[in-house]
Design a protein around this ligand. Structure first.
Ligand SMILES: Cc1cc2nc3c(=O)[nH]c(=O)nc-3n(C[C@H](O)[C@H](O)[C@H](O)COP(=O)(O)OP(=O)(O)OC[C@H]3O[C@@H](n4cnc5c(N)ncnc54)[C@H](O)[C@@H]3O)c2cc1C
Ligand SMILES: NC(=O)c1ccc[n+]([C@@H]2O[C@H](COP(=O)([O-])OP(=O)(O)OC[C@H]3O[C@@H](n4cnc5c(N)ncnc54)[C@H](O)[C@@H]3O)[C@@H](O)[C@H]2O)c1
Length: 499
């Protein structure tokens, strides 16, 4: 838009927010010949969070941190890494813009959208105003970081969100991370690897609270061995700024403690980005947690308006935003059979080093649901078919699969290993298509690869060694190096691991 003028356009489909799902939907509909308007509030955000301030830059930084050699100066290495990552995101942002801009049917409008009514949105850019009307509207405005209401925190000069850190070229000396979820632990591991001193304050009594204890112990062990101070059960009470650093006051079990920091990363979750959209004017309902309310086809309370990605309160992952787009596209162009209800075995990876990947049920959750569970697991260092981790010089971690002993179907997996972000996709696919564990174990995999550990854990030889004598557990091979068991339903033990 140029000049202080007010224009009005009409489209078949209006998409608000240029993230993964929004971009894919705009492209899909545009290629089908629909007239699409994509509204994005910032020219620095074409492509959305993932490519500009999320997955891509952070994983690139993890790589840069990992390849720093002991003799490299931490500050200049970090400075150059931020520069290289900025170049990468600039290139990716441009490509994302081109992908839509080169379609004759799609117009990208840069400005902030807010609803005027159920079919019209106003887009503001400086003094300019544009109205866009459409029969179908898709909201994909993502999420924003939550900064908890802790005395002194919001006004602290040392406070940073993940986005701020990605634009900071000075390596923190002591980074205090509040929140030990995906974001907090990835940043903690990355900055420690760059050379910062790092402490993580987590409100929950333990880290990796949703994982089995044996899995959590291995992840926590790796992070602690890396030199990260992990403080669970921490209640942050106050932040007191000084002239060169700040003091983070917290309590553990009621006992007051302090940490000094020159940067505080807030990693306490992200909230749906609905501010300023004026959803009420369109009659769009939100949930108690502030997300846009949707049904399983991602329709809002106004059936011609859809909400996809982080803004609808679902799991906050790029590939979920992408899959949300498939569900809406299926409804608009296909037979409408896709829905969130048909999603099975969605994998996740936390990009620490080595990466930690999960899918499906933990052993504990599987037992709670009444499955007759058997587990197959090994420390990576103690497995034989882990040539690839050995070649890569990193044998830290654990491979654990949770199997239904009655059906031989895989119920879940937790993989902490080099390449786990790839291997988990294979396990997830097997789960989705009901491939039995024995087939996963007897498949042909390339060599040397990390996947071939599945041959060792689930293949014929392992199964033969795992015969369970009638009547119970005696005789089951369960040494520190391997476990393969069909425990009794109430047996919560899951194998003796040590890092
Ligand atoms: C640091 C970090 C690391 C992450 N790492 C991973 C990872 O490794 N793997 C993974 O799967 N997920 C990761 N995520 C999560 C992932 O980035 C998000 O789940 C995903 O990007 C959400 O996509 P989306 O399509 O919902 O919205 P977004 O990609 O956030 O896009 C929303 C867009 O809408 C725009 N917008 C907002 N309001 C308006 C408005 N009123 N008008 C116009 N435009 C508007 C925004 O500017 C933005 O560009 C990470 C997130 C962060 C913060
Ligand atoms: N690899 C990935 O896929 C990846 C990476 C980064 C982020 N993400 C996504 O981004 C989203 C945001 O990540 P996140 O880690 O900020 O959120 P999160 O919800 O995953 O974790 C927040 C953590 O902060 C803790 N917490 C909350 N308030 C606290 C307080 N006052 N003091 C101390 N601890 C507190 C919570 O107990 C929780 O462990 C996630 O939902 C995740 O899906 C994904």
């Amino acid at each position: 838009m140029s000049g202080a003028e007010r224009l009005g356009i009409t489209a078949d489909v209006l998409v608000i927010g240029f993230g993964k799902g929004g971009k894919d939907l705009a492209g899909t509909m545009g290629r089908e010949g629909r007239r699409v308007v994509m509204v994005e509030q910032s020219d620095q955000m074409y492509g959305g969070t993932c490519v500009n301030i999320g997955c891509v830059p952070t994983k690139a930084l993890v790589h840069h941190a990992d390849v720093r050699r002991p003799g490299d100066d931490p500050q200049s290495w970090y400075h150059d890494a931020i520069g290289a990552v900025t170049d990468l995101t600039t290139m990716t942002r441009g490509r994302n813009f081109e992908m839509l801009d080169t379609l004759d049917t799609v117009a990208v409008v840069t400005g902030r959208a807010s609803f005027l009514d159920a079919t019209t949105v106003e887009v503001a850019a400086g003094d300019d105003r544009l109205t866009v009307s459409a029969a179908t509207i898709v909201i994909s405005t993502g999420s924003v970081p939550v900064v908890p209401d802790i005395r002194g925190l919001r006004d602290s000069a040392y406070l940073a969100t993940s986005t701020d850190l990605l634009h900071t070229k000075e390596l923190p000396r002591h980074l205090v991370v509040i929140g030990g979820g995906y974001l907090g632990l990835e940043f903690a591991a990355m900055y420690r690897q760059f050379g910062s001193e790092v402490s993580v304050l987590e409100a929950f009594p333990g880290f990796m609270g949703r994982e089995d204890d044996d899995v959590a112990d291995v992840v926590v062990g790796i992070l602690r061995d890396q030199g990260i101070t992990l403080i669970p059960d921490a209640k942050v009470t106050e932040v007191r700024d000084g002239s060169v650093d700040t003091t983070v006051c917290y309590e553990v079990g009621g006992r007051p403690r302090t940490l000094r920091a020159d940067k505080i990363l807030v990693a306490t979750g992200r909230a749906p980005a609905v501010e300023g959209l004026h959803l009420g004017r369109a009659g769009i309902r939100t949930t108690e947690r502030g997300a846009i309310e949707v049904d399983e086809h991602l329709r809002t309370s106004r059936p011609h308006i859809y909400a996809i990605g982080d803004v609808n309160g679902g799991p906050q992952f790029t590939y979920i935003s992408q899959d949300d787009h498939r569900i809406v596209a299926d409804l608009l162009l296909g037979d409408g059979t896709r829905s969130t209800a048909d999603r099975r075995a969605v994998p996740h990876t936390m990009f620490i080093t080595p990466p930690f990947s999960t899918v499906g049920l933990t052993e504990t959750a599987a037992r709670e649901r009444g499955h007759n569970v058997r587990t197959a697991g090994k420390l990576v260092a103690r497995a034989t078919a882990t040539h690839r981790p050995r070649i890569m010089g990193d044998t830290r971690g654990l491979i654990k699969l949770v199997i239904d002993a009655d059906t031989d179907l895989v119920l879940g997996a937790a993989l902490i290993s080099i390449d786990s972000q790839e291997v988990i996709n294979l396990v997830a696919l097997a789960m989705r298509h009901d491939v039995p564990a024995r087939e996963l174990g007897n498949s042909i995999y390339t060599h040397p690869s990390t996947t071939e550990v599945l041959n060792e854990l689930l293949g014929t030889v392992a199964r033969a060694g795992a015969q369970v004598p009638a009547g119970g557990r005696p005789g089951i091979a369960r040494s520190p190096s391997t476990y393969w068991a069909r425990p009794k339903p109430n047996d919560q033990s899951s194998g003796p691991f040590s890092v």
